[in-house]
Design a protein around this ligand. Structure first.
Ligand SMILES: Cc1cc2nc3c(=O)[nH]c(=O)nc-3n(C[C@H](O)[C@H](O)[C@H](O)COP(=O)(O)OP(=O)(O)OC[C@H]3O[C@@H](n4cnc5c(N)ncnc54)[C@H](O)[C@@H]3O)c2cc1C
Length: 517
């Protein structure tokens, strides 16, 4: 968990300091559409803002409806007005609108929690920084999270009040996130479990408020409080805010291209929760790609695409446009088939060059990256010249072998902590550089096999399918495949191959036609 207030402060100041960026605060109620193309937005005040590209990032605000017990309040977030009218306008333009639901747990007053009854959850030491630009030596003040558990009494308090739950009384129609169920959902669906873990996460360094991760709920406020007070450490707890569920409109994402532009209304882009995702990283990744592509389009340059084999962002966007979604989508690492290569230690190798070419990475940082690549070459040379004696501790009878420190890394049985040379090179060349090399060497065989699969798949990505391609005239294409391809309008043969209902046989038929075209 990060400091919410500090984060917000830093981001506002970053936005304010950004050159050539004008911030206009206002409520968008309509779009300027001419000849089916989007040319700007209209504020509630009637003011028109012309733009060659518009990106909709309305989160949970479109026709947002908060549920707490059987009480319903139109809202975008708690205490914020919903956005009404925009969904209807988009629907009239032919864009399909769906309905989803998400929820949030209660916030607790830390002064009313008995932390001595909870387990301390310390952060990692040293803290792994999110960005490569952060100096790994930088020290920041860390505070603890805490762990506690629900019990049979908690579950009983919840079960007795399910009739007051909008989820179980049928009031909520939107589909919720499968992997972050509410506490009432967990109690019902996993009835055999006698407890569920709950994390108390501080909201900030200077805040006494705690976020109760794992206790998302839309039960009435008094029921939430009663259930909470059955939990060790929370016997006298006070809520600063009760949990709630929110239903909102979204636009099933098969309606956008990988550039995140609407396939129906050119000039209009969609990013974030409105595309059916849930989560900060998911939203940030989409905002980045939509922004890049809107700018590239204005400059008349080709779309910026990331493949599934290049980045998690590539997996996210490909899943959205080829599979669409009917429930809140979260970017789990398990969704990526090329996980061996999508590692945080090689993120720079995969993406920095692209960022630099787009003008998003400055020269000094890029120069540092190139120097790091040089350092890796020196590291390899160094390890190839250093000899170590390897002792097989499991088989003491085996004669110790002297091999190069580089060759030794190929042996998964070797613990690098046992050999001082590795600690020395990690200090000299950087722990990140060393760990990245170690992963590359250890998984070399698998990575090679994976690279062959990536290459085969990449060839399919080179086949571009024209937007107006008429699938109905293809002989040999299954009916389901023809329908799905017409609905999703994939941009490449690679995308087509990942649409459910499209078989390898259908791809072969399509390839023959594309060859002839
Ligand atoms: C209470 C809550 C807790 C959450 N906790 C977590 C968490 O712990 N971890 C996690 O990963 N995710 C969490 N999420 C999900 C995460 O916050 C969202 O998925 C993410 O913020 C979505 O980003 P977004 O940019 O798409 O939309 P939002 O962050 O919702 O931003 C939408 C913005 O659009 C503005 N807006 C909307 N309509 C209009 C309009 N018509 N005119 C002008 N402006 C408009 C709104 O004012 C708002 O600022 C939580 C969500 C909620 C609601």
């Amino acid at each position: 968990q990060c400091d919410r207030a500090l984060y917000s402060e830093v981001m506002i100041s970053t936005i304010e300091r950004q050159e050539r960026l004008e911030v206009i605060e206002g409520h968008i109620v309509d779009l300027i559409i001419e000849g089916g193309i989007c040319y700007g937005a209209i504020l509630a005040t009637g003011e028109k803002i012309s733009a060659k590209a518009v990106i909709i990032t309305a989160g949970t605000f479109l026709n947002g409806l908060i549920h707490r017990g059987l009480e319903q309040t139109p809202a975008g977030r708690i205490d914020e007005l919903p956005a009404i009218g925009l969904s209807e306008r988009l629907q009239n333009l032919g864009i399909v609108v769906g309905r989803l639901k998400t929820g949030t747990p209660p916030r607790l007053d830390g002064n009313t929690v008995d932390f001595s009854k909870c387990e301390v959850q310390e952060g990692d030491q040293p803290p792994p920084y999110f960005s490569n630009r952060t100096d790994p030596q930088k020290q920041i003040n860390q505070i603890y999270c805490f762990l506690t558990y629900t019990n049979e009494k908690t579950h009983q308090a919840i079960r007795e009040n399910l009739d007051k739950s909008p989820l179980y009384s049928g009031t909520i129609k939107g589909i919720g996130p499968r992997y972050c169920p509410s506490i009432e959902d967990k109690v019902v669906r996993f009835a055999d479990k006698s407890r569920h873990q709950l994390f108390l996460e501080p909201e900030g360094l200077n805040s006494s408020e705690y976020y109760l991760n794992g206790f998302s709920s839309s039960l009435p406020e008094d029921v939430q409080l009663r259930a909470l007070r059955t939990i060790p450490g929370l016997e006298a707890v006070e809520m600063t805010r009760a949990g709630y569920a929110i239903e909102y409109d979204f636009f099933p994402p098969h309606q956008i291209s990988v550039a995140m532009e609407s396939k129906i209304v050119p000039g209009l882009y969609f990013a974030g929760q409105v595309n059916g995702t849930s989560g900060y990283e998911e939203a940030a990744a989409q905002g980045l790609i939509a922004g890049i592509n809107a700018a590239l389009k204005l400059r008349g340059e080709p779309t910026f695409k990331l493949l599934r084999s290049e980045a998690y962002i590539g997996v996210l966007l490909d899943d959205l446009v080829t599979k669409s979604t009917t429930e809140p989508y979260r970017m789990f690492t398990s969704r990526a088939e090329y996980r061996l290569s999508l590692r945080d230690d090689n993120a720079q190798e995969r993406l920095l060059e692209k960022g630099y070419r787009l003008g998003l990475v400055g020269q000094p940082f890029y120069a540092g990256f190139l120097a790091g690549k040089e350092a890796q070459k020196h590291l390899i040379e160094y390890l190839k010249n250093e000899k170590i004696t390897v002792i097989d501790t499991d088989n003491p009878g085996v004669t110790p072998k002297t091999i190069t420190a580089y060759a030794a890394l190929k042996n998964p049985g070797i613990d690098t902590l046992d050999y001082p040379v590795y600690a020395q090179v990690a200090t000299r060349f950087g722990a990140r550089t060393f760990n990245s090399l170690l992963s590359d060497i250890r998984y070399a065989g698998y990575i090679e096999r994976q690279n062959r699969r990536i290459e085969r798949q990449r060839r399919l990505e080179d086949y571009i399918i024209p937007f107006s391609f008429d699938y109905s005239r293809l002989i040999g294409l299954k009916k389901e495949a023809s329908q799905k391809l017409t609905q999703f309008r994939p941009e490449t043969l690679g995308q087509a191959s990942r649409i459910s209902g499209v078989s390898p046989g259908d791809i072969a038929v399509l390839m023959v036609y594309l060859h002839r075209a």
